[in-house]
Write a protein that binds this ligand. Sequence first.
Ligand code: ADP
Ligand code: MG
Length: 250
Amino acid sequence: MTRILKIGGSILTDKNQELAARQGEITRVAREIASHPEDVVLVHGAGSFGHIPAKKYRLPQEFSRQGLRVTHSGVARLCEMVVEALSQAGVDCLPVHPLSCLLLLDGRIDRFFIEPIKEMLEGGIMPVLHGDVAMDVAGKAAIVSGDQLVAYLAKVLQAEVVAVGSNVDGVLFSGRPLPRITREELKQMGSAIGGSAGVDVTGGMRGKLLELLDLADLGIDSLIFNAGKEGNIARALKGEWVGTRIGRTN
Ligand SMILES: Nc1ncnc2c1ncn2[C@@H]1O[C@H](COP(=O)(O)OP(=O)(O)O)[C@@H](O)[C@H]1O
Ligand SMILES: [Mg+2]
């Protein structure tokens, strides 16, 4: 029973300040994950380690060799911190850098060598992926968001739990988290669901929802929840709907 958990960069970093890790939150999140680590694939956001350099070098609209290197090395550093915190909490895990094992076509994952991820799961090792820069066969290079990785992996691994943690209580409408949302409802809400309050080049809440609605179309429901509230990660991993459920229009 594979479970895909994403922890947003909004939790692990201060998204308005470059390379600003929230070490206390990284440690807490690692401890919560360590309480239910079985068959979990972890994806973390790029936060200020990725979005700020990406914006500075105008990725993905422009092809900047330096921008690719700087952005990747930022997110790889954050990944190292997450892996270290998980190890300290007793979780056997390994980093998997998307740049080195997938190819995009027009910004969408086209090919992804996921066999190492499957072997890690078989061997009781938690793969730790992250939002990253990636080569794009159509336009030299682009960005692959943690949210896109979640939807792709959930589909190919037929995940039973898909939980996307961010810094809000779910998809908010009139200030309150919706219990459930479908594509039809998103259309009706218009601009009430937007981008990020922080620096986020992959579309904030709207970008997240669009990825997860594609997944819902395939029959896999997912959850957007607040990973900043103690206890929620463990609940989400157990399959509780502690936020907004993203489902298919019936
Ligand atoms: N209707 C909405 N409900 C919740 N969040 C929203 C909404 N509209 C915009 N947002 C913004 O989207 C942010 C979450 O997306 P993002 O910053 O990309 O998080 P993450 O780093 O977890 O991917 C929220 O913090 C909020 O600023
Ligand atoms: Mg985001």
